[in-house]
Design a binder for this molecule. Structure first.
Ligand code: UT7
Length: 328
């Protein structure tokens, strides 16, 4: 109908964390670091690490199954799977197609999105565009990573920061009255990238350069300095596009890289920390999985409720950065 508009509404969010836990203390036994330093500089206490037989797709499939169960849906109801990952099972095929197979699906479409830590926000924006343009009706948007495979475990500057995990969000096309002043669903997305920052955060290997996987390299303090400014840039855009103020936001769900970055962003917008979802202490930085894992944790704690304004924000390698704003 002409007076209806399609919105992407969240049906459920699922998660999966590998059982194996690595504490700061465990790391301090192998590296010149301490629990005190890691907690003080990052807020991280522990991280989950995938076993050898747990691949990125394994984590993603478990998170997807959790989301489907929570939404009372089955894989038959899904017509598109987007997996955001920088640690795919293979160079090809996509991890998404392995997730599709793992869920017993042979219908619909599946592809990966690569925007490192911003991957989930990128995948959400792409899923929203596919739904709004009637190319998909029910989309599994997954962030899944096994960064433990690309971390240099001898580099204390990065080894302490990352963990493995997966989160999955189901978005569904719902038609709403164009006159409704408070439609539910994704209200706005804004994506950015700038390749000039590549050397500040990258993996020193790849198919066409070294024919190997490589290890993660980061100039931590350079990334830190830009994180707040870039995060604020995309948040400003989605607030403006959705005609909302920072004070309207019920929950800020940022990328979980460092508690000090998150606190600085919240402070910039005058948001009390009670409105900020924090999981970095328990999960560390899980790259594309961090935002959906934080969403799942907030829902499990009965924080996010129907009609709440939820703001997602992330920044990572590339650089890439982006934000999405959702009326839940
Ligand atoms: O997910 C993508 C986005 N990534 C991020 O957002 C990460 C952004 N960066 C950060 O979170 C922070 O920069 C770090 C946590 C990586 C580092 O914190 P920092 O406060 O920026 O520390 P720094 O790199 O300036 O290093 C301070 C000191 C150095 O020693 P000196 O030169 O002052 O003697 C480091 O060698 O801390 C030392 N250091 C450590 N000490 C104990 C670095 N890593 C460690 C460690 N344990 N693990």
């Amino acid at each position: 109908m002409v007076n209806q508009r399609i919105f992407s509404q969240v049906q459920a969010v699922g998660s999966y964390l590998p059982e194996q836990i690595l504490t700061n203390q465990d790391l301090a036994e192998k590296l010149d670091t301490s629990d005190e330093w890691i907690q003080k500089r990052t807020g991280i206490k522990k991280r989950h690490i995938a076993q050898e037989n747990e691949y990125t797709s394994t984590l993603a499939i478990n998170a997807a199954k959790d989301a489907l169960a929570k939404a009372n849906m089955t894989a038959d109801d899904i017509d598109l799977i987007i997996v955001a990952t920088a640690t795919p099972d293979h160079t090809f095929p996509s991890t998404a197609s392995q997730v599709q197979h793992g869920l017993g699906m042979s219908h619909g479409a599946a592809f990966d999105v690569q925007a490192v830590c911003t991957g989930f926000v990128y995948a959400t924006s792409v899923a929203d565009a596919m739904i709004r343009s009637s190319q998909a009706k029910s989309v599994l948007v997954i962030g899944a990573e096994t960064f433990s495979n690309i971390v240099d475990w001898e580099d204390r500057g990065t080894a302490v920061l990352f963990g493995d995990g997966a989160g999955a969000m189901i978005l569904k096309a719902v038609e709403q009255d164009i006159e409704d002043p408070n439609p539910r669903g994704i209200l706005a997305n804004y994506l950015r990238s700038d390749g000039q920052h590549k050397d500040k955060l990258y993996v020193d290997g790849g198919v066409s350069t070294t024919q190997s996987t490589g290890k993660l390299r980061m100039l931590g303090s350079d990334v830190f300095k830009l994180a707040v400014r870039l995060g604020s840039e995309v948040i400003d855009h989605v607030l403006e596009a959705s005609h909302l103020q920072a004070s309207d936001v019920d929950w800020l769900v940022p990328h979980q890289a460092n508690q000090r970055i998150i606190s600085a962003i919240a402070k910039h917008y005058g948001m009390p920390m009670e409105k900020v979802v924090l999981t970095v202490s328990d999960h560390a930085n899980t790259s594309a999985a961090s935002v959906p894992l934080a969403l799942a944790a907030a829902i499990a704690e009965n924080k996010i409720k129907k009609d709440d304004i939820v703001l997602l924000e992330a920044m990572g390698g590339g650089f890439t950065w982006g934000a999405s704003i959702i009326r839940w």
